[in-house]
Design a protein around this ligand. Sequence first.
Ligand SMILES: Nc1nc2c(ncn2[C@@H]2O[C@H](COP(=O)(O)OP(=O)(O)OP(=O)(O)O)[C@@H](O)[C@H]2O)c(=O)[nH]1
Ligand SMILES: [Mg+2]
Length: 403
Amino acid sequence: MLEKKTIEYEKAVLIGVMNKDQNEEKVNEYLDELEFLTYTAGGEVCKRFVQRIDLPNPKTYIGSGKMLEVEAYVKSNDIGSVIFDDELTPGQQRNIERQLKCKILDRTSLILDIFAQRAQTSYARTQVELAQYEYLLPRLTGLWTHLERQKGGIGMRGPGETEIETDRRIVRDRISLLKKKLLKVDKQMETQRGNRGALVRVALVGYTNVGKSTLMNVISKSDVFAENKLFATLDTTVRKVVIGNLPFLLSDTVGFIRKLPTQLVESFKSTLDEVREADLLLHVVDISHPNFEEHIDSVNQILTEIKSSDKKTIMVFNKIDQYEHKTIDDDDLITEKTNKHFTIEEWKNTWMRRVGDRALFISALNKENLEEFRKRVYDEVRDIHITRFPYNNFLYPEHLDEY
Ligand SMILES: Nc1nc2c(ncn2[C@@H]2O[C@H](COP(=O)(O)OP(=O)(O)OP(=O)(O)O)[C@@H](O)[C@H]2O)c(=O)[nH]1
Ligand SMILES: [Mg+2]
Protein backbone atom coordinates (compact mmCIF):
# COMPACT_ATOMS: atom_id res chain seq x y z
CA MET A 1 0.00 0.00 0.00
CA LEU A 2 1.12 3.51 -0.70
CA GLU A 3 2.32 5.42 2.27
CA LYS A 4 -0.11 8.20 3.00
CA LYS A 5 1.60 11.54 3.24
CA THR A 6 0.10 14.06 5.60
CA ILE A 7 1.14 17.66 5.27
CA GLU A 8 2.29 19.26 8.48
CA TYR A 9 0.51 22.57 8.81
CA GLU A 10 2.10 25.15 11.05
CA LYS A 11 -0.23 26.56 13.72
CA ALA A 12 -1.04 30.21 13.19
CA VAL A 13 -3.07 33.01 14.70
CA LEU A 14 -4.57 35.89 12.68
CA ILE A 15 -4.88 39.46 13.86
CA GLY A 16 -7.05 42.13 12.32
CA VAL A 17 -8.33 45.49 13.37
CA MET A 18 -11.71 47.02 12.76
CA ASN A 19 -11.86 50.78 12.30
CA LYS A 20 -15.00 52.89 12.40
CA ASP A 21 -15.57 52.54 8.65
CA GLN A 22 -15.70 48.76 8.77
CA ASN A 23 -18.30 46.41 10.11
CA GLU A 24 -17.73 42.95 11.47
CA GLU A 25 -18.76 41.29 8.23
CA LYS A 26 -16.12 43.22 6.28
CA VAL A 27 -13.34 42.41 8.73
CA ASN A 28 -14.33 38.76 8.65
CA GLU A 29 -14.20 38.75 4.86
CA TYR A 30 -10.70 40.22 5.00
CA LEU A 31 -9.64 37.64 7.55
CA ASP A 32 -11.16 34.87 5.41
CA GLU A 33 -8.79 35.95 2.67
CA LEU A 34 -5.86 36.11 5.10
CA GLU A 35 -6.77 32.62 6.26
CA PHE A 36 -6.76 31.40 2.66
CA LEU A 37 -3.34 33.02 2.18
CA THR A 38 -2.11 31.33 5.38
CA TYR A 39 -3.41 27.98 4.20
CA THR A 40 -1.72 28.48 0.83
CA ALA A 41 1.54 29.22 2.67
CA GLY A 42 1.24 26.01 4.69
CA GLY A 43 -0.40 27.29 7.87
CA GLU A 44 -3.45 26.24 9.85
CA VAL A 45 -5.35 29.04 11.54
CA CYS A 46 -6.24 28.21 15.16
CA LYS A 47 -7.74 31.53 16.19
CA ARG A 48 -8.54 35.02 14.97
CA PHE A 49 -8.19 38.10 17.14
CA VAL A 50 -9.98 41.27 16.12
CA GLN A 51 -9.67 44.60 17.86
CA ARG A 52 -11.90 47.60 17.42
CA ILE A 53 -9.40 50.42 17.07
CA ASP A 54 -9.39 53.49 14.85
CA LEU A 55 -5.67 53.92 14.45
CA PRO A 56 -3.21 51.07 14.90
CA ASN A 57 -1.02 51.35 17.98
CA PRO A 58 2.34 52.73 16.75
CA LYS A 59 4.28 50.35 18.98
CA THR A 60 2.45 47.06 18.77
CA TYR A 61 -0.29 47.59 16.14
CA ILE A 62 -2.96 46.34 18.56
CA GLY A 63 -3.37 47.68 22.10
CA SER A 64 -1.41 46.33 25.05
CA GLY A 65 -4.41 44.59 26.63
CA LYS A 66 -5.12 42.69 23.42
CA MET A 67 -1.44 41.84 23.15
CA LEU A 68 -1.56 40.13 26.55
CA GLU A 69 -4.54 38.10 25.39
CA VAL A 70 -2.68 37.04 22.25
CA GLU A 71 0.46 36.28 24.24
CA ALA A 72 -1.42 33.96 26.60
CA TYR A 73 -3.00 32.14 23.67
CA VAL A 74 0.27 31.80 21.77
CA LYS A 75 2.02 30.36 24.83
CA SER A 76 -0.59 27.80 25.73
CA ASN A 77 -1.31 26.61 22.20
CA ASP A 78 2.14 26.14 20.69
CA ILE A 79 1.58 28.74 17.98
CA GLY A 80 4.32 29.07 15.34
CA SER A 81 3.26 32.28 13.58
CA VAL A 82 1.18 35.32 14.35
CA ILE A 83 -0.04 36.97 11.17
CA PHE A 84 -1.28 40.55 10.90
CA ASP A 85 -3.68 41.62 8.17
CA ASP A 86 -1.70 44.71 7.28
CA GLU A 87 1.85 45.86 6.78
CA LEU A 88 3.65 46.34 10.11
CA THR A 89 6.35 48.94 10.50
CA PRO A 90 9.80 47.48 11.19
CA GLY A 91 9.49 48.82 14.75
CA GLN A 92 6.09 47.25 15.39
CA GLN A 93 7.30 43.95 14.06
CA ARG A 94 10.25 43.93 16.43
CA ASN A 95 8.27 44.98 19.49
CA ILE A 96 5.66 42.34 18.88
CA GLU A 97 8.26 39.67 18.25
CA ARG A 98 9.97 40.48 21.50
CA GLN A 99 6.74 40.08 23.42
CA LEU A 100 5.27 37.06 21.69
CA LYS A 101 8.53 35.22 21.02
CA CYS A 102 7.33 33.56 17.84
CA LYS A 103 7.42 34.35 14.14
CA ILE A 104 5.60 37.57 13.29
CA LEU A 105 4.37 37.98 9.76
CA ASP A 106 2.42 40.74 8.13
CA ARG A 107 0.29 40.58 5.02
CA THR A 108 3.22 41.64 2.83
CA SER A 109 5.70 39.09 4.14
CA LEU A 110 3.06 36.36 3.93
CA ILE A 111 2.36 37.16 0.27
CA LEU A 112 6.10 37.34 -0.45
CA ASP A 113 6.51 33.96 1.22
CA ILE A 114 3.82 32.40 -0.97
CA PHE A 115 5.39 33.88 -4.07
CA ALA A 116 8.78 32.48 -3.00
CA GLN A 117 7.27 29.07 -2.42
CA ARG A 118 5.45 29.05 -5.75
CA ALA A 119 8.12 30.50 -8.02
CA GLN A 120 9.00 27.75 -10.49
CA THR A 121 11.29 29.29 -13.04
CA SER A 122 14.55 31.01 -12.28
CA TYR A 123 13.05 34.19 -13.71
CA ALA A 124 10.15 34.15 -11.24
CA ARG A 125 12.54 33.28 -8.42
CA THR A 126 14.74 36.25 -9.26
CA GLN A 127 11.74 38.57 -9.27
CA VAL A 128 10.53 37.29 -5.90
CA GLU A 129 14.00 37.42 -4.38
CA LEU A 130 14.33 41.04 -5.41
CA ALA A 131 10.98 41.88 -3.82
CA GLN A 132 11.99 40.07 -0.63
CA TYR A 133 15.28 41.95 -0.33
CA GLU A 134 13.50 45.24 -0.96
CA TYR A 135 11.17 44.34 1.91
CA LEU A 136 14.10 43.36 4.13
CA LEU A 137 16.30 46.41 3.58
CA PRO A 138 14.37 48.98 5.66
CA ARG A 139 13.92 46.32 8.31
CA LEU A 140 17.67 45.88 8.65
CA THR A 141 18.03 49.63 9.00
CA GLY A 142 15.28 49.53 11.59
CA LEU A 143 17.15 46.91 13.54
CA TRP A 144 20.09 49.23 13.86
CA THR A 145 18.08 52.30 14.93
CA HIS A 146 16.39 50.14 17.47
CA LEU A 147 19.66 48.97 19.01
CA GLU A 148 20.95 52.49 18.90
CA ARG A 149 17.94 53.79 20.76
CA GLN A 150 18.01 51.06 23.30
CA LYS A 151 21.65 51.14 24.19
CA GLY A 152 22.72 54.53 23.00
CA GLY A 153 25.15 55.31 20.23
CA ILE A 154 28.29 55.06 22.32
CA GLY A 155 29.60 51.59 22.79
CA MET A 156 27.30 50.34 20.11
CA ARG A 157 29.64 51.32 17.36
CA GLY A 158 32.17 48.75 16.50
CA PRO A 159 31.12 45.19 15.90
CA GLY A 160 27.38 45.77 16.24
CA GLU A 161 27.30 48.58 13.77
CA THR A 162 29.73 46.94 11.39
CA GLU A 163 27.68 43.80 11.34
CA ILE A 164 24.51 45.61 10.41
CA GLU A 165 26.35 47.87 8.01
CA THR A 166 27.80 44.77 6.38
CA ASP A 167 24.42 43.09 6.25
CA ARG A 168 22.94 46.18 4.72
CA ARG A 169 25.71 46.35 2.17
CA ILE A 170 25.28 42.69 1.27
CA VAL A 171 21.56 43.20 0.78
CA ARG A 172 22.11 46.32 -1.32
CA ASP A 173 24.69 44.53 -3.48
CA ARG A 174 22.33 41.62 -3.90
CA ILE A 175 19.52 43.99 -4.90
CA SER A 176 21.59 45.67 -7.59
CA LEU A 177 22.80 42.31 -8.85
CA LEU A 178 19.25 40.99 -9.10
CA LYS A 179 18.14 44.17 -10.84
CA LYS A 180 20.90 43.76 -13.42
CA LYS A 181 19.95 40.14 -13.93
CA LEU A 182 16.32 41.07 -14.46
CA LEU A 183 17.22 43.87 -16.83
CA LYS A 184 18.99 41.34 -19.02
CA VAL A 185 16.02 38.99 -19.02
CA ASP A 186 13.69 41.95 -19.64
CA LYS A 187 15.63 42.76 -22.80
CA GLN A 188 15.46 39.15 -23.98
CA MET A 189 11.74 39.05 -23.33
CA GLU A 190 11.22 42.32 -25.12
CA THR A 191 12.95 40.89 -28.18
CA GLN A 192 10.86 37.74 -27.87
CA ARG A 193 7.70 39.77 -27.77
CA GLY A 194 8.90 41.76 -30.76
CA ASN A 195 9.42 38.54 -32.70
CA ARG A 196 5.84 37.54 -32.24
CA GLY A 197 4.92 39.68 -35.19
CA ALA A 198 1.78 41.61 -35.66
CA LEU A 199 -0.70 39.32 -33.96
CA VAL A 200 -3.30 40.96 -31.76
CA ARG A 201 -2.50 40.43 -28.11
CA VAL A 202 -5.10 39.57 -25.51
CA ALA A 203 -4.30 39.28 -21.80
CA LEU A 204 -6.24 37.55 -19.05
CA VAL A 205 -6.13 39.64 -15.90
CA GLY A 206 -7.93 39.41 -12.59
CA TYR A 207 -7.84 38.70 -8.91
CA THR A 208 -6.05 35.55 -7.81
CA ASN A 209 -8.00 32.25 -7.94
CA VAL A 210 -10.78 33.55 -10.20
CA GLY A 211 -10.16 30.96 -12.92
CA LYS A 212 -7.85 32.71 -15.39
CA SER A 213 -5.70 29.64 -16.00
CA THR A 214 -8.75 27.38 -16.22
CA LEU A 215 -10.21 29.66 -18.88
CA MET A 216 -6.87 29.81 -20.69
CA ASN A 217 -6.82 26.01 -20.75
CA VAL A 218 -10.31 25.61 -22.17
CA ILE A 219 -9.82 28.32 -24.76
CA SER A 220 -6.37 27.36 -25.95
CA LYS A 221 -6.46 23.66 -25.12
CA SER A 222 -3.24 24.16 -23.20
CA ASP A 223 -2.24 22.81 -19.86
CA VAL A 224 -1.53 25.66 -17.48
CA PHE A 225 -1.39 24.75 -13.81
CA ALA A 226 -4.64 25.65 -12.03
CA GLU A 227 -5.67 24.84 -8.47
CA ASN A 228 -7.76 26.10 -5.62
CA LYS A 229 -5.01 27.95 -3.83
CA LEU A 230 -3.82 31.51 -4.22
CA PHE A 231 -1.18 32.48 -6.76
CA ALA A 232 -1.10 29.19 -8.65
CA THR A 233 0.38 31.12 -11.56
CA LEU A 234 3.45 33.31 -11.28
CA ASP A 235 4.90 33.17 -14.76
CA THR A 236 3.26 34.32 -17.90
CA THR A 237 2.11 31.76 -20.44
CA VAL A 238 1.39 32.91 -23.96
CA ARG A 239 -0.53 30.77 -26.42
CA LYS A 240 -1.59 31.28 -29.97
CA VAL A 241 -5.34 30.88 -30.20
CA VAL A 242 -7.40 30.70 -33.36
CA ILE A 243 -11.10 31.50 -33.35
CA GLY A 244 -12.73 31.19 -36.75
CA ASN A 245 -9.73 31.84 -38.97
CA LEU A 246 -8.50 34.62 -36.78
CA PRO A 247 -5.30 33.97 -34.85
CA PHE A 248 -4.29 36.01 -31.81
CA LEU A 249 -2.07 35.66 -28.76
CA LEU A 250 -3.59 34.97 -25.37
CA SER A 251 -1.57 35.41 -22.20
CA ASP A 252 -2.23 34.19 -18.68
CA THR A 253 -0.30 35.78 -15.89
CA VAL A 254 0.05 36.33 -12.16
CA GLY A 255 -3.18 37.10 -10.28
CA PHE A 256 -3.72 40.28 -8.32
CA ILE A 257 -4.80 40.73 -4.71
CA ARG A 258 -5.92 43.51 -2.41
CA LYS A 259 -2.88 45.40 -1.09
CA LEU A 260 -0.49 43.58 -3.42
CA PRO A 261 2.96 44.48 -2.05
CA THR A 262 4.43 47.34 -4.05
CA GLN A 263 7.77 45.54 -4.09
CA LEU A 264 6.10 42.74 -6.04
CA VAL A 265 4.42 45.04 -8.55
CA GLU A 266 7.81 46.60 -9.21
CA SER A 267 9.86 43.46 -9.50
CA PHE A 268 7.21 41.69 -11.58
CA LYS A 269 7.45 44.54 -14.05
CA SER A 270 8.24 42.44 -17.07
CA THR A 271 5.80 39.71 -16.21
CA LEU A 272 3.25 42.51 -16.14
CA ASP A 273 4.54 43.95 -19.41
CA GLU A 274 2.42 41.33 -21.10
CA VAL A 275 -0.60 43.15 -19.67
CA ARG A 276 0.82 46.58 -20.39
CA GLU A 277 1.37 45.75 -24.05
CA ALA A 278 -1.89 43.89 -24.64
CA ASP A 279 -4.46 45.22 -27.12
CA LEU A 280 -7.38 43.79 -25.22
CA LEU A 281 -7.83 42.77 -21.59
CA LEU A 282 -10.13 40.02 -20.39
CA HIS A 283 -10.80 40.97 -16.79
CA VAL A 284 -11.87 37.71 -15.17
CA VAL A 285 -13.99 37.96 -12.02
CA ASP A 286 -15.10 35.20 -9.63
CA ILE A 287 -18.75 36.20 -9.26
CA SER A 288 -19.30 33.49 -6.65
CA HIS A 289 -16.97 35.28 -4.24
CA PRO A 290 -18.82 37.46 -1.70
CA ASN A 291 -16.28 40.23 -2.22
CA PHE A 292 -16.09 40.18 -5.99
CA GLU A 293 -16.91 43.86 -6.45
CA GLU A 294 -14.07 44.87 -4.20
CA HIS A 295 -11.83 42.48 -6.14
CA ILE A 296 -12.72 44.35 -9.32
CA ASP A 297 -11.67 47.61 -7.64
CA SER A 298 -8.34 46.13 -6.48
CA VAL A 299 -7.60 44.86 -9.97
CA ASN A 300 -8.50 48.22 -11.51
CA GLN A 301 -6.25 49.95 -9.01
CA ILE A 302 -3.28 47.78 -9.98
CA LEU A 303 -4.10 48.27 -13.66
CA THR A 304 -3.91 52.01 -13.04
CA GLU A 305 -0.57 51.55 -11.27
CA ILE A 306 0.86 49.76 -14.29
CA LYS A 307 -0.71 52.32 -16.64
CA SER A 308 -3.11 49.89 -18.26
CA SER A 309 -6.44 51.14 -17.01
CA ASP A 310 -7.63 52.71 -20.24
CA LYS A 311 -7.29 49.61 -22.35
CA LYS A 312 -10.18 48.00 -24.10
CA THR A 313 -11.55 45.50 -21.59
CA ILE A 314 -14.15 42.75 -21.52
CA MET A 315 -15.45 41.88 -18.06
CA VAL A 316 -15.68 38.09 -17.78
CA PHE A 317 -17.76 36.98 -14.80
CA ASN A 318 -16.72 33.41 -14.16
CA LYS A 319 -17.97 30.63 -11.84
CA ILE A 320 -21.65 31.34 -12.48
CA ASP A 321 -22.22 27.65 -11.65
CA GLN A 322 -21.20 28.40 -8.08
CA TYR A 323 -23.00 31.71 -7.63
CA GLU A 324 -25.41 31.86 -4.72
CA HIS A 325 -27.38 34.92 -3.85
CA LYS A 326 -28.94 35.66 -0.49
CA THR A 327 -32.69 35.35 -0.43
CA ILE A 328 -35.30 37.30 1.47
CA ASP A 329 -38.34 35.42 2.74
CA ASP A 330 -41.69 36.74 1.55
CA ASP A 331 -42.80 37.53 5.09
CA ASP A 332 -39.52 39.28 5.92
CA LEU A 333 -40.34 42.96 5.64
CA ILE A 334 -37.26 44.25 7.42
CA THR A 335 -34.31 43.01 5.38
CA GLU A 336 -33.41 45.51 2.71
CA LYS A 337 -32.52 44.26 -0.72
CA THR A 338 -28.82 44.79 -1.48
CA ASN A 339 -26.62 43.57 -4.30
CA LYS A 340 -25.91 40.43 -2.25
CA HIS A 341 -29.49 39.48 -3.16
CA PHE A 342 -29.01 39.96 -6.90
CA THR A 343 -29.62 37.06 -9.22
CA ILE A 344 -27.25 36.46 -12.13
CA GLU A 345 -29.90 38.08 -14.37
CA GLU A 346 -29.84 41.21 -12.22
CA TRP A 347 -26.07 41.33 -12.34
CA LYS A 348 -26.21 40.97 -16.12
CA ASN A 349 -28.53 43.96 -16.36
CA THR A 350 -26.42 46.01 -13.98
CA TRP A 351 -23.24 45.40 -15.93
CA MET A 352 -24.92 45.86 -19.26
CA ARG A 353 -25.90 49.33 -18.13
CA ARG A 354 -22.28 49.97 -17.12
CA VAL A 355 -20.28 48.50 -20.00
CA GLY A 356 -22.80 47.51 -22.65
CA ASP A 357 -22.01 44.19 -24.28
CA ARG A 358 -18.52 44.09 -22.82
CA ALA A 359 -19.66 41.90 -19.92
CA LEU A 360 -19.95 38.13 -20.13
CA PHE A 361 -21.16 35.55 -17.66
CA ILE A 362 -19.57 32.12 -17.95
CA SER A 363 -18.40 29.01 -16.18
CA ALA A 364 -14.97 27.97 -17.38
CA LEU A 365 -15.24 24.77 -15.37
CA ASN A 366 -18.60 23.63 -16.75
CA LYS A 367 -17.94 25.24 -20.15
CA GLU A 368 -21.12 27.32 -19.88
CA ASN A 369 -21.54 30.23 -22.29
CA LEU A 370 -18.16 29.66 -23.87
CA GLU A 371 -19.58 30.07 -27.35
CA GLU A 372 -20.77 33.56 -26.50
CA PHE A 373 -17.36 34.23 -24.95
CA ARG A 374 -15.54 33.10 -28.11
CA LYS A 375 -17.81 35.19 -30.28
CA ARG A 376 -17.29 38.36 -28.23
CA VAL A 377 -13.53 37.89 -28.18
CA TYR A 378 -13.57 37.19 -31.90
CA ASP A 379 -15.49 40.40 -32.62
CA GLU A 380 -13.18 42.51 -30.50
CA VAL A 381 -9.99 40.98 -31.88
CA ARG A 382 -11.32 41.34 -35.40
CA ASP A 383 -12.06 45.03 -34.82
CA ILE A 384 -8.54 45.61 -33.53
CA HIS A 385 -7.11 43.69 -36.46
CA ILE A 386 -9.08 45.71 -38.98
CA THR A 387 -8.01 48.99 -37.43
CA ARG A 388 -4.42 47.87 -37.58
CA PHE A 389 -4.48 46.39 -41.07
CA PRO A 390 -7.18 48.34 -42.92
CA TYR A 391 -6.23 46.83 -46.31
CA ASN A 392 -6.38 43.28 -45.20
CA ASN A 393 -9.82 43.01 -43.73
CA PHE A 394 -11.54 41.14 -46.55
CA LEU A 395 -10.29 38.03 -44.79
CA TYR A 396 -12.61 38.44 -41.88
CA PRO A 397 -16.35 38.08 -42.03
CA GLU A 398 -18.48 40.45 -40.02
CA HIS A 399 -19.42 37.81 -37.49
CA LEU A 400 -18.10 34.48 -36.39
CA ASP A 401 -21.35 32.68 -37.16
CA GLU A 402 -21.02 33.59 -40.84
CA TYR A 403 -18.63 30.69 -41.24
N1 LIG B 1 -16.97 26.29 -9.66
C1 LIG B 1 -16.09 26.77 -10.53
N2 LIG B 1 -14.77 26.70 -10.24
C2 LIG B 1 -13.89 27.19 -11.14
C3 LIG B 1 -14.31 27.76 -12.37
N3 LIG B 1 -13.21 28.17 -13.04
C4 LIG B 1 -12.14 27.86 -12.26
N4 LIG B 1 -12.55 27.27 -11.12
C5 LIG B 1 -11.70 26.77 -10.00
O1 LIG B 1 -11.11 27.88 -9.35
C6 LIG B 1 -9.81 27.53 -8.86
C7 LIG B 1 -8.79 28.53 -9.35
O2 LIG B 1 -8.63 28.39 -10.75
P1 LIG B 1 -7.34 28.92 -11.52
O3 LIG B 1 -7.63 28.75 -12.97
O4 LIG B 1 -6.12 28.32 -10.94
O5 LIG B 1 -7.41 30.46 -11.13
P2 LIG B 1 -6.37 31.62 -11.52
O6 LIG B 1 -7.18 32.85 -11.70
O7 LIG B 1 -5.50 31.20 -12.63
O8 LIG B 1 -5.56 31.73 -10.15
P3 LIG B 1 -4.06 32.28 -9.88
O9 LIG B 1 -3.16 31.73 -10.91
O10 LIG B 1 -3.83 31.74 -8.50
O11 LIG B 1 -4.16 33.77 -9.89
C8 LIG B 1 -9.55 26.11 -9.35
O12 LIG B 1 -9.85 25.23 -8.27
C9 LIG B 1 -10.53 25.94 -10.50
O13 LIG B 1 -10.93 24.60 -10.68
C10 LIG B 1 -15.72 27.80 -12.65
O14 LIG B 1 -16.19 28.27 -13.68
N5 LIG B 1 -16.53 27.30 -11.68
MG1 LIG C 1 -3.50 30.98 -12.71
